[in-house]
Design a protein around this ligand. Structure first.
Ligand code: AHG
Ligand code: MN
Ligand code: MN
Ligand code: MN
Length: 326
């Protein structure tokens, strides 16, 4: 018998005893939005949804049409949930206070509507990430930063959808990481990977080698050890350029994904709130470890909405060696 993500979240409600189903209602806004995004991704070559939208976003990136579409769909779907008070997105410079952000608004949702935008036009898998924070006690509706700028350990839920050979949702409410595959014949995300546990060690490392000359000391020696088979077996390299896809391989197969500081991005490229935190949360829930290159990523206290960080996530063996060497 199938288990849909709605059924699953209701079963997991025990973490939110007083949530009375509002959390599953919130999550259903995300699943609806990602089904709509997935439908556009899958027909991208046939409709006028590929290519640049023309504007440059707050990141300094040329927005792709699918970035804009995905962003609008998520903002719209989430704005209809009374439990949501604040929304923030990679594609919006400032957070949005949702219309009815009154006393019963309990959550802030932050998301990367389309991760891996550079891959859209060449038909390589892309994703969507999201992270959910609880409204801090006493936080008013006109101080959205207070709702958002909390350590990663404060996330009440996080997840991603990868639009790959199938469309998969992986999410956690802190009770393990669980994978659901979209069954197009019924339009539902169906439980396919219950309680994902990373292998202790993988066989791939994943990093953009083009930037290797500017990695900080220690990274080159670490990667060479993996290549040379000094850690039980020689590693192969896989790098897709969509963080969600590179991490999805890592959470299922083990291994390590790194985006180190580089000369172009000395603070790292990936954004703390809507890329690093959700991935780090899921990584730990699956038994892996997540670092900012120096410390546990989830312990980070962000100071701005679009703050960037170095990121190193992976399975136990690779991460313990990294922490020793770098
Ligand atoms: P986004 O498309 O949401 O802006 O994110 C792109 C990110 C991430 O998906 C990926 O891991 C990284 O950019 C790839 O960066 P490089 O092309 O510099 O390797
Ligand atoms: Mn982008
Ligand atoms: Mn991204
Ligand atoms: Mn993006």
């Amino acid at each position: 018998m199938i288990t849909t993500v709605q059924q699953h979240i209701l079963q997991e409600q025990r973490r939110f005893p007083h949530a009375s189903g509002e959390f599953s209602w919130l999550l259903s806004a995300i699943t609806l939005a990602t089904k709509m995004i997935g439908s556009k991704v899958r027909s991208a070559g046939l409709t006028d949804i590929v290519g640049a939208a023309g504007d440059v976003n707050v990141q300094g990136e040329v927005q792709q049409k699918l970035d804009v579409y995905a962003n609008e769909v998520l903002l719209h779907c989430l704005s209809t949930r009374a439990s949501v008070g604040v929304l923030a997105s990679e594609e919006n410079e400032h957070p949005k206070i949702v219309g009815h952000a009154s006393d019963d608004a309990k959550y802030a949702v932050v998301f990367d509507p389309l991760d891996g935008s550079s891959n859209i036009d060449v038909n390589v898998s892309v994703g969507t990430t999201f992270s959910i924070m609880r409204r801090p006690d006493g936080a008013s509706c006109d101080e959205p930063e207070r709702w958002l700028l909390q350590p990663g350990t404060k996330q009440v839920a996080a997840g991603y959808v990868v639009y790959g050979s199938s469309t998969m949702l992986v999410y956690s409410v802190g009770l393990g990481a669980h994978g659901f595959t979209l069954d197009p014949s019924i339009g539902a995300f169906v439980l396919s990977h219950p309680n994902i546990k990373m292998p202790k060690q993988g066989k791939y490392y994943s990093v953009n080698e083009a930037y290797a000359p500017s990695f900080p000391p220690g990274y080159a020696e670490y990667l060479q050890m993996l290549r040379d088979g000094q850690v039980n077996h020689p590693y192969s390299s896989r790098y897709i350029g969509s963080m969600v896809s590179d991490f999805h391989r890592t959470i299922l197969k083990g291994g390590i994904f790194l985006y180190p500081p580089t000369s172009d991005n000395p603070e790292g490229k990936l954004r703390v709130l809507y890329e690093a935190f959700p991935i780090a949360f899921l990584c730990e829930q699956a038994g892996g470890k997540a670092s900012d290159g120096t410390n546990r990523l989830l312990d980070m206290q962000p100071t701005s909405i679009h703050q960037r960080t170095p990121m190193v996530v992976g399975s136990q063996v690779e991460m313990e060696l990294f922490e020793k060497m770098v």
